[in-house]
Design a binder for this molecule. Structure first.
Ligand SMILES: [Zn+2]
Length: 101
């Protein structure tokens, strides 16, 4: 089947999910989470309130590696889910602007 957009098949997604599970258990991730800082809003949380989030979603070709995985708080995670990727990006950009002021 030559579906144009399905470069990532189910098998690849399953592999990435396995990798995510391993990464989530790693010392690296535990240390990362123990800082308690959400990557997106910069607020402090309890480590167990932070979830593992992918900068580039797996469904869009993102990988489970240290460069693509960040701790995110639940409000940010939920917001990211219901916004379109482009809306989320402009949301982040506007936050950066505020931080620079
Ligand atoms: Zn946040």
């Amino acid at each position: 089947m030559g579906a144009f957009f399905s470069e990532i098949d189910d098998e690849a997604i399953k592999k990435e999910k396995d990798k995510a599970r391993i990464l989530r258990k790693s010392q690296w991730w535990k240390r990362r989470k123990s800082t308690g800082v959400c990557h997106y809003c910069g607020e402090k949380f309890k480590p167990d309130e932070l979830t593992m989030d992918h900068l580039i979603p797996i469904s869009r070709g993102g990988k489970n590696n240290k460069g693509n995985v960040v701790p995110a708080c639940k409000p940010c995670n939920n917001k990211k889910k219901y916004l379109l990727p482009i809306e989320w990006e402009s949301e982040l950009a506007s936050r950066d602007e505020e931080n620079k002021r």
